[in-house]
Design a protein around this ligand. Structure first.
Ligand code: DGT
Ligand code: CA
Ligand code: CA
Length: 571
């Protein structure tokens, strides 16, 4: 049996992993990764080349040394370097390297300093609460790690925010291809879902071959799964699957609509077209054989008598009826936001000073922020007690950044009985109070509801933060009677938060829609823990839009004066 290209590539990938763990030169690591990719991408079996004595150095990234390795693997079915590396690295090490949040450096430290060499040992060490230099389960990264250790091998949907830089780089790559007019990442990504199953890339071009070719040769591609004249499918190095379709400009709008989905929305639109005697599919909108629309999405919607519907709403949750009745919401946009009330600093677990956060907020186009550091209760991690809060208040008074007003808040823990972790008189001295649960996620529905209702009854509570307490892919949402909680919030003039952290996005879209219908204003908070944190407002707003929120539903679209007035009314 000859040695196939896949086996050669696997050997090179493993060499790269092992080199990384032994602190080898990064260029050498990268050379093996590229070689693995090149070998996998060959349509011809390399063992035939070796047998025929053909020169392998014609392949991109394959020099003397790598060509020798290929010949060695083909003719001996072994690789001395790989065996030598394997003998130096314990098998659990490579598995550790593949876990989220663990790079070669941390894996090395785990072994050298803490004698943790396998996923099982890591799991035991974390369960025992050992301090081993990896983030604890209370942090998002730590929780992700614990989840990965528990569900090893189960594929999870990638956070949209993690897919975003990948999508952007791929778009840029395809835009540079000659004759490519437009590139859009459609599917769940365009609808702004919090996670994506795969990416669906749509390219408009009259010369599909060039786009298909550039796509399959893209640097980050691990496997080409399918390759046709106008479509292709690949898997990227990080495991994300990407579908590509190339369509001519005349049908681009119809294809964009079709591949944006979701499927249920598409089916409804197709039925609507059928009732009008038309046929809608991914190629266009047809009356008989004649194409009557398809160049743009607007054209497609107009042909069935509808205004354009924003992708975030296309979930078959009533958007088509709303469009027909002229009742589509004017969705909130990033430029509508004037402030951010959920900002952390180095006074608790943030990384920057109050002043640095104020400057960053100004650079992000905001005109006010509210500092809401953690109260002391949250375990040992740098919470503020009454005394520290008084000192922070003086520090805020001393900060002056032109164009930015800094308000005084707190993120106080809601305890399991629904009381708040700081005394009333301390909370009374602040501009506003954010309450949040950081434990007790597993209470049954009745107790959880009672807990949140009691918190809402607290006279000083302004905002109920990340009410569901979920961490996407890691911790399920808390169960409670949301309708009852929203009714109480409205009664008490309390707001609910949309937290923009990519693994929170809490409240989720359907809950936000219920908040809007219940007349409860939403505070969109970045939960920034550093100067880059305000960048999360924009992707976070996708969730607000999916919930159908307009600017008037979001409190931090208010100018400062009106926000202050609203804060005063609520207390
Ligand atoms: P994902 O990838 O699981 O996050 O979700 P989507 O919505 O991106 O789904 P995907 O990638 O399977 O397909 C992309 C779009 O293509 C989908 O939103 C709607 C359209 N589509 C796929 N399959 C069908 C189908 O059987 N019928 C119709 N009408 N549309 C479909
Ligand atoms: Ca998709
Ligand atoms: Ca797909």
């Amino acid at each position: 049996m000859p040695v196939h290209n896949a086996a050669i590539a696997d050997a090179f990938d493993e060499i790269a992993d092992l080199l990384e763990l032994t602190n080898a030169n990064p260029f050498r690591v990268r050379a093996y990764r590229r070689a693995a990719q090149t070998v996998r991408g060959q349509s011809r079996e390399l063992w035939e080349d070796v047998e025929a004595g053909r020169d392998l150095k014609r392949l991109p990234g394959i020099g003397e040394d790598l060509a020798g390795k290929i010949a060695e693997i083909v003719s001996t079915r072994r690789c001395a370097l790989l065996e030598e590396l394997r003998s130096r690295v314990a098998p659990g090490q490579v598995e550790l390297l593949r876990l989220p949040g663990l790079g070669p450096k941390r894996v090395r430290q785990l072994r050298l300093r803490h004698r943790v060499q396998t996923p099982a040992q890591l799991r035991a060490a974390l369960a025992a609460g050992r301090r081993i230099g990896v983030p604890g389960a209370a942090t998002a990264t730590g929780a992700r790690l614990v989840a990965a250790l528990e569900h090893r091998g189960v594929p999870v949907r990638m956070l949209r925010n993690d897919a975003a830089p990948i999508a952007t780089a791929l778009e840029r790559h395809l835009r540079a291809v000659p004759d490519v007019a437009t590139v859009v990442v459609a599917g769940s990504y365009r609808r702004g879902r919090e996670t994506v199953g795969d990416l669906d890339v749509l390219v408009s071009s009259e010369e599909p071959a060039a786009a298909i070719d550039a796509f399959c040769r893209y640097d980050e591609v691990r496997d080409v799964v399918a390759r046709g004249r106008t479509r292709a499918a690949v898997v990227l190095l990080n495991g994300l699957a990407v579908d590509l379709r190339v369509v001519p400009a005349a049908g681009f709008g119809a294809a964009l609509h079709y591949f944006t989905g979701n499927k249920a929305h598409n089916i409804r639109m197709r039925n609507l077209a059928r009732r009008a005697g038309l046929k809608l599919n991914e190629y266009g909108l047809f009356r008989g054989r004649r194409r009557v629309a398809g160049r743009t999405e607007e054209e497609v919607f107009a042909a069935v008598g509808l205004p354009w519907i924003a992708p975030e709403l296309r979930e078959d949750r009533g958007e088509i009826d709303a469009a027909r009745a002229g009742r589509l919401p004017a969705l909130v946009r990033r430029e509508d936001l004037r402030g951010d009330l959920h900002v952390h600093t180095e006074w608790s677990d943030g990384s920057a000073s109050i002043e640095a956060m104020a400057r960053a907020a100004r650079a992000a186009g905001l005109s006010y922020i509210g500092i809401a550091d953690h109260s002391r209760y949250l375990g040992a991690t740098h919470g503020l007690d009454a005394d520290a809060l008084r000192r922070q208040s003086r520090a805020i008074d001393a900060v002056s950044v032109r164009g930015i007003t800094v308000l005084k808040g707190i993120e106080v823990d809601i305890l399991e009985d629904g009381s708040l972790a700081l005394a009333d008189e301390v909370l009374a001295g602040l501009d506003y109070v954010i309450g949040a649960a950081h434990g007790g996620f597993g209470l049954d529905e009745q107790r959880q509801t009672r807990r949140l209702l009691r918190a809402l009854d607290h006279p000083h509570l302004t905002i109920l933060a990340h009410p569901r307490g979920r961490l996407i892919n890691e911790r399920p949402p808390m169960t409670f009677d949301l309708a009852a909680v929203l009714a109480r919030a409205r009664e008490r003039r309390t707001w609910v938060e949309l937290n923009c952290q990519p693994s929170r996005l809490d409240l989720p879209d359907v809950d936000l829609a219920l908040a809007r219908a219940s007349g409860v204003p939403v505070a969109v908070g970045s939960d920034a823990h550093g100067v880059g944190g305000f960048a999360l407002l924009e992707p976070g707003l996708l969730q607000a839009r999916r919930g159908g929120l307009e600017a008037r539903d979001v409190v931090n679209t208010l100018p400062l004066g009106r926000l202050r007035a609203a804060l005063a009314r609520g207390r």
